[in-house]
Design a protein around this ligand. Structure first.
Ligand code: NAD
Length: 253
């Protein structure tokens, strides 16, 4: 049985992870951590405001509490000898560095998107790019109005895949195409973020050629898609030696 401490547990993803784990005999939710306090759906689950009081060697922390929570969880996991599954997006280089340092001590798996569908889309994108050199690439993502970072971590990961496949640098990313004049330069990767309503997550990669286009699209209908991936990652992390891992290692070894 994998022993979990859910960080950011009162939030939308924390709730999805906790409820999915409760429905699976392979997991024990040892504690929920969130400074926002215990929400009504949590029943009598053990609830803490901070991670330090509950984390022990052999636990796995699953973190969806935002960039500060990711860095704090990384430090706590490294100190206690607990594994870390980290899903927050919008991390600064300093937050990323805290996570990277922890991976020297314990197993850490970070993903901007824990859905299997996005993994498959990234693979399909690689094949499409190989067959369509020079086609224009535009990425459009839609999320709920409460999302704090934009563009999404997933959109940035997709843009990173395109840049790596084409040998482009980070300066090739064109956010929103606001105030630009003249025709679209070759070698640009367009990124467009749409915010509103309750969209869980929608990512479209458009590849446009002359007289034809291809669209690859992933839609997350509910957060259980991410929760299942995060739980698979927790099982992997509970057995893995220290290191920084990607989701592929857990679900497509
Ligand atoms: P949310 O706002 O609903 O929940 C965040 C929760 O974290 C809140 O309850 C808040 O009180 C808590 N929190 C804040 N600071 C904390 C701290 N220091 N320690 C512990 N808890 C803390 O947000 P959400 O929609 O659940 O998303 C959370 C994060 O996960 C975001 O960064 C989002 O982009 C990301 N996300 C990732 C994936 C993925 O698959 N990797 C999927 C969805 C969302």
């Amino acid at each position: 049985m994998t022993r979990l401490v859910v960080v950011g547990a009162a939030g939308k993803m924390g709730r999805a992870v906790t409820e999915t784990a409760w429905g699976d005999a392979g997991f024990q939710v040892k504690a929920c951590v969130d400074p926002a306090g215990r929400p009504p759906w949590a029943g009598d689950a053990k609830w803490e405001a901070g991670l330090g009081a509950v984390l022990a060697r052999g636990d796995v922390a699953i973190e969806f509490g935002g960039p500060e929570a990711a860095a704090a969880a990384a430090r706590a996991c490294a100190e206690c000898g607990a594994g870390l599954v980290s899903g927050s997006t919008g991390l600064s280089p300093a937050h990323e560095e805290a996570v990277r340092q922890a991976s020297g001590e314990v197993a850490v798996l970070r993903a901007a998107n824990f859905s299997l569908g996005i993994l498959a889309l990234r693979r399909a994108l690689g094949a499409a790019l190989a067959g369509l050199p020079g086609w224009d690439v535009e990425i459009v993502e839609r999320h709920h109005r409460a999302k704090k970072d934009s563009p999404s971590g997933t959109a940035l990961a997709l843009a990173g895949d395109v840049a790596a496949a084409r040998g482009l640098s980070a300066s090739s990313l064109r956010h929103g195409r606001n105030g630009t004049a003249g025709p679209r330069p070759a070698g640009e990767i367009g990124l467009h973020a749409v915010r509103g309503g309750s969209w869980v997550g929608d990512h479209v990669v458009l590849l446009a050629g002359d007289g034809e286009w291809v669209e690859l699209r992933h839609v997350a209908q509910d957060r259980s898609a991410f929760a299942r991936g995060a739980l698979a990652a927790a099982v992997f992390v509970s057995k893995a030696p220290p290191g920084l891992y990607h989701l592929e290692a857990a679900v497509m070894p």
